[in-house]
Design a protein. Sequence first.
Length: 593
Amino acid sequence: MRFRYSLRVKLTILFLIVMILPVLVIIFALPTVYRNLFTSESETLTQALLTSLTRNIETYLDDLDRLTIAPYLYSDVMRALQLKASGSYPSADGHTKYLSEQALNTALPEFLLNPRQDIAATIMLPMDGSVYISSRDTSGSVSGYPFTQQSWYRQAIQADGKVAFVSTHPQDYLPLSPQKQVFSVARLIKDPDSRRPLAVMMADADTRVLSKITSDLQLNVNSIVAVLDSNHQLIFSSAPLSDTLLKQIADQSPALEGDGDSFVSVSRTIESSQWAVVILQSSSEINAKLRWIYVIGILFALGGLVLAFVVFFTLSRWIVDPFQDMIQVMKRVQRGDLASRFKPQGRDEIAELGDALNTMIGRLSDLIDREYKAVLNQRNAEFMALQAQIQPHFLYNTLNSFIALNRLREQAALERAIYALSNMLRYTLRRDEWATIKEEFQFLQRYCELQRLRFEDRLNVEIQFEPEASAIKIPRLLLQPLVENAIIHGIEPLAKSCMLIVSAELEQREDGVGLKISIQDDGAGFDTAAQPVSGCIGLSNVRERLKVAYPGSSFVMTSDLAIGTRILIRIPLEQSALVLGEVTRDATSAYRG
């Protein structure tokens, strides 16, 4: 019954109602819309790709254009060309000839060929008839080749210093087999001052670079990309083109008829070179796709319906499951697990609600924690009051010892005892709640010295700590109740001589370095099974103070009858309050009694 009114059922009913109309629209209206949309997007995509392709080719031609002005950037090259054009090159000295040849044979080719891997060759033809060719595939040129009679040479001369774009042609001036088909840019290099012709320079680019540029085109139908020069001569095509198609392209016919297929032509002209880039789209493939629109529409509607159900169940889980997780968190909190939290995902209203729930649990935990600390502080006050009750008894015994020392005329021992008692009282009256290991152990040393006035040889004390641990802070008077408990309950009942050892040292833990404090005696001991320590106010208070100060600490007591008692305290070092400053082994000495 409860399931009928759940949020998931309401969302399901709403979803089914909302989906009926969209499915009907998809089945009957989508094919017509898709047909018009496909045609429009096909034209738009083709125009965009044609524009991008034209810009890429134009950018590449502009890069080649900039290469032909490289001689103007090198003064050594220009001096060499001026020397050759002046006719004084044969009479020049050997050093001057060496520098000229070095500039034309090495410096300029390295600048032209190194940055561009697709530059097939560079040709420099000074006016004195010399030839300088740099190629990645061969060196030198065909002997006696008539460079000045070539159409590209005359085209560069006619351009009179402007760039000349040369259509595809074979590299028949290079001794290659087979010969490459390249397209080029050529320029007449002129003296900047006298405007006198100095040389003709040409840079060849492999036609394969056009294949690389056009290979990345992604059209929605099978297409052919062609590039034609200003005279409608074919430079490159991604597929073979018949002469009939080339003639129709030259006539700029929008619909072309080829061998076994028809094409829709879209073209654009590169302004700098007047080359034309043409994309031929297969009409038969376009019509084949359009015939499947109605079938695709129905399949799309069914697939969309299935997908919509999948999305619905996913979204319903995305909405409902967080609320179910919140309910589980609330139930765990109700059972007392205040550490339980909701893990929000995203930044929507559900996540904000989860954050608010976590904030509420956190505040509840803080409130309980404050109440717990208040109770603990009350216990601490009770402990201090208990210490205040114990102090008169300790002072009574100590003063009796002072009287005994005075009667025995042990003035030096009496003076040391009074000084120790004075320092102890000053330490106990301090207002701060924290003390370093060094200060606490000094207090324990004085306390044990006064106790030895009473027990004499029955009490032997050894108090020591590692210098590295001297600056670590612990709650003040944390260890004194433990030492006092060892003396009163472990050593006082026995008539023999006993040893009390208090030590502090650093130890290596799995999670890092920690502090270990040990209080051990070989006194009377007790049976922990018959006499549990949980009821001892002093020990319980020490344990709780330790847990509040260091939540990761541990307090372990072991005891055996007639063997002794040992208390072991371990504190993670990263939780301890360290005094700033460098602590060295020479700064603090070990205390031994």
